[in-house]
Design a protein around this ligand. Structure first.
Ligand code: HEM
Length: 289
């Protein structure tokens, strides 16, 4: 019988008996969302040093960027293994994901661009010499994509774990090196010098690699998987170029031509980085088609 028929009132909602669309409300014995995600650690890791309101934006923007870089590295390490094993379909899925993450980071600059020069000047003295230049994850990302530069290890000398990780990545074949090896294993002629090159050096143009990719692009139907791999890499590099461009444009908008906190000349340094080409032959071949 419905208790209401006897004139009884339903218990007043309280935190103890709360109901909401069948959702589980009691987590005294179960893992909840925040436990699974470690939110207590993540959300207590913002420590503004200045009294300025806008420093929180600056911190959160960098921290979220680092989290996305973490995911990109996770995906790209798996991509390298898959390409080395010739298992391309799952690698395509991951490469597409990484390019979309990069796109998202490109749009994230819109949020930071709401920071004006006086707002940044208020926090700049508190940043001391810290700069994204010292991001070991970013350097690892550059390395796994083939932009190797041993000089960058020095920044991490006093952090042995990070230094070791970067040194390992410096000497490991990049994703592009693995793609070039796959070209050779697929029967396309790649020079022995290119295949035996020191993986600790930045990627350099190689005529035999260019000829091999050209063969792929001239007959995509015959080399469909390699063709798709090449286009996925071009997608990724294109998104990365946009990220670099938005970085330097946002930096110019906020600090003009002042030097960076990391010690470089600032915008002019970042502009030079716009010239980096990760997968040289994949862009050069377009002129030949
Ligand atoms: C107001 C905001 C920002 C300013 C003024 C700024 C400025 C700079 C400058 C001047 C450099 C060159 C190194 C130096 O001398 O410091 C640099 C490098 C760098 N920044 Fe930023 N940045 C800002 C935001 C960000 C954000 C949000 C991220 C990442 C999420 C980031 C990531 C990096 C990285 C990875 C480098 C190294 C680039 C390379 O060596 O190619 N920056 N930044």
């Amino acid at each position: 019988m419905d208790p209401m028929d006897e004139g009884e009132q339903p218990p007043a909602p309280s935190p103890e008996n709360a109901q909401w669309h069948g959702a589980r409300m009691d987590f005294s014995q179960a893992m909840r969302y925040g436990d699974y995600l470690g939110l207590e650690q993540i959300l207590s890791a913002q420590h503004p040093l200045s009294p300025d309101h806008n420093e929180m934006l600056f911190i959160v923007q960098h921290q979220t960027g680092e989290l996305w870089i973490k995911l990109m590295l996770h995906e790209l390490q798996a991509v390298r293994t898959l390409v080395a094993g010739g298992d391309l379909p799952p690698a395509f899925k991951m490469l597409a994901r990484v390019a979309r993450i990069m796109d998202q980071l490109v749009h994230a600059w819109d949020v930071l661009a709401t920071m004006t020069p006086p707002e940044y000047s208020a926090i700049r003295p508190y940043l001391a010499a810290s700069s994204g230049f010292q991001s070991f994850q970013y350097r690892e990302l550059e390395f796994i994509l083939g932009n190797k530069n041993p000089a960058m290890l020095a920044v991490h000398r006093d952090a042995p774990g990070q230094h070791a990780r970067l040194e390992r990545e410096l000497h490991a074949p990049s994703i592009y090196d693995e793609a070039v090896r796959l070209l050779a294993r697929s029967g396309l002629a790649v020079s022995p010098e290119r295949l035996a090159r020191d993986p600790g050096l930045p990627t350099a143009h190689d005529d035999s690699v260019m000829a091999a990719w050209l063969a792929v692009y001239r007959d995509p139907g015959h080399h469909w998987a390699l063709y798709e791999l090449a286009e996925k890499l071009v997608d990724l590099e294109t998104a990365f170029r946009f990220w670099r461009f938005r970085h330097v444009s946002t930096v110019e908008r906020i600090i003009g031509f002042k030097a960076g906190t990391g010690g470089t000349a600032g915008v002019s340094y970042l502009r030079k980085m716009l010239d980096v080409v990760l997968f040289p032959e994949l862009f050069a071949l377009r002129t030949k088609l």
